[in-house]
Ligand binder design. Structure first.
Ligand code: CMC
Length: 427
């Protein structure tokens, strides 16, 4: 029997349908709330609000479960590669060998970025933050690929998906090359996607470059772990922008901006900066733990806590192991890692963190790997964006296919009531 929820306002009873998801998550459908009662709900930060029904990612914060299209993140990270997972997220099923080959071929068709885009990147100062540059360049792709705004054409949309996968990787790495003063280079269609990332970043015209396969495999895994995370801030932004029928590039560009913030993807940069600061100030982890607990101090332990995960972040577990492997492969003995370990141990034992269910999140260890690979700190969030790209595309596509209405929240107005205009001389 279908469940209902009863709401009583001013003595009037109203019934609302209750939806139950695949994994028994319960949601009260308030679609008719305002028309039936005149009231709206108020939920700053959307802690209790579902914005859509989705078939893409399942996340159980209490149990520490993350699944893409029903497959556990642990199994995908172990057995699949990033493009396979991208296909799974975007098209709903694991690809056959033939489907994957076709997808890769179609992406390769679009890995060349218009040379005029270089004029845009040249307009930025060398020290511009790469996330700002990336957001701008992603949006600019629309100008060079105007058919990508035909959001009702399935063919144009498929092309936009493949173009985004192909070109985003290139422009993302260009942001780094620009900051280093290196010549901008090109995707090599004879090489794999993640191998291309390493080449695009580090290959110089002065000599050959072959990325270490262990490193490529670790990065591939990191990208998989970042690939989707249901309705987080940047993904909700992508869906929201797309809901106005804006094109894919414009929507992804907005997602990049949302991801940039230190409470979201920008936390991986913030973690490393925090660890460096602790190291510079003598390595006293306890002092920073005390600062994080002090309500008069705005400092937060970056890389700790999550809106949804309240026991552990399953991605952090896998990344921690990958970090150990990468550091061993590279023979790196990084004192920053010791500080991270001390901080983690102390926080996990601390009553403040325990009582608030604050555990290390995905960003706590990813930065250590990136640092070991020689990736500059302000590029860390760009790597998060490369990983998250298929998730953004999948969520945007689902929103379009489901013909979701334009996103337009309401508000409770608490400002001044109507008042008379006051001329300058009387203010
Ligand atoms: N350090 C110290 N205290 C914290 C932290 C932290 N990192 N995170 C939360 N708290 C406290 C917070 O002060 C509050 O305490 P009280 O109940 O006494 O007021 C309580 O824990 C609940 O925090 P909240 O801010 O209400 O929780 P939220 O769900 O709104 O925020 C969060 C989640 C991730 C924004 C927050 O934990 C945070 O700022 N963490 C640090 C930034 C970070 O690592 N972000 C990456 C998130 S994972 C990557 C991604 O998916 O974006």
């Amino acid at each position: 029997m279908s469940k209902t929820a009863i709401l009583e306002i001013d003595g009037n009873r109203h019934e609302f349908p209750v939806l139950v998801g695949t994994e028994n998550e319960v949601a009260i459908d308030i679609d008719k709330l305002r028309s039936a009662t005149g009231a709206i709900t108020l939920d700053p930060g959307y802690k209790n609000s579902g914005s859509c029904k989705s078939e893409i990612t399942f996340l159980d914060g209490e149990e520490g479960i993350l699944r893409y299209r029903g497959y556990s993140i642990e199994e995908l990270a172990e057995k699949a590669d990033f493009l396979e997972v991208s296909y799974l997220l975007i098209f709903g099923e694991l690809p056959t060998a033939k489907q994957l080959e076709q997808f890769e071929t179609d992406i390769r068709k679009y890995t060349l970025v218009n040379e005029e885009m270089k004029n845009i990147i040249d307009g930025f100062p060398k020290n511009a933050h790469p996330m700002g540059v990336l957001s701008c360049l992603t949006s600019a792709l629309t100008a060079f690929n105007p058919k990508s705004v035909n959001v009702d054409s399935e063919k144009d949309m498929y092309e936009a998906v493949c173009k985004t996968m192909g070109k985003f990787l290139v422009i993302a790495t260009w942001t780094y090359r620009k900051s280093m003063g290196f010549p901008l280079n090109y995707y090599d269609n004879t090489k794999g996607y993640v191998e291309n990332f390493m080449r695009l970043m580090f290959e110089l015209p002065t000599g050959p470059y072959t990325p270490d396969p262990t490193i490529v495999a670790a990065l591939d895994k990191l990208f998989i772990l970042h690939a989707d995370h249901e309705q987080n801030c940047s993904t909700s932004t992508v869906r929201m922008v797309g809901s106005s029928h804006a094109g894919l590039f414009a929507s992804i560009s907005a997602g990049v901006s949302a991801l940039w913030g230190p409470l979201h993807g920008g936390a991986n940069q913030a973690v490393l900066e925090m660890l460096e600061e602790i190291q510079k100030n003598g390595g006293d982890a306890d002092k920073y733990l005390a600062k994080a607990k002090d309500k008069n101090d705005p400092f937060r332990l970056m890389g700790f806590g999550h809106r949804v995960y309240k026991n552990f972040d399953p991605r952090a577990k896998i990344i921690k192991k990958a970090a150990d492997e990468v550091l061993a492969t590279l023979g790196v003995n990084d004192p920053i890692l010791n500080i991270a370990k001390k901080l983690e141990e102390a926080a996990l034992e601390d009553e403040y963190f325990k009582s608030r269910n604050l555990y290390p999140n995905v960003d706590f260890y990813s930065g250590i790997i990136y640092r070991a690979l020689g990736i500059p700190t302000d590029m860390f969030t760009v790597l998060f964006a490369i990983g998250r790209l298929p998730g953004w595309i999948a969520q945007w596509k689902e929103m379009r296919v489901n013909k979701e209405p334009i996103g337009r929240p309401r508000q409770v107005y608490v400002g001044s009531p109507l008042r008379d205009f006051v001329p300058f001389e009387k203010r």
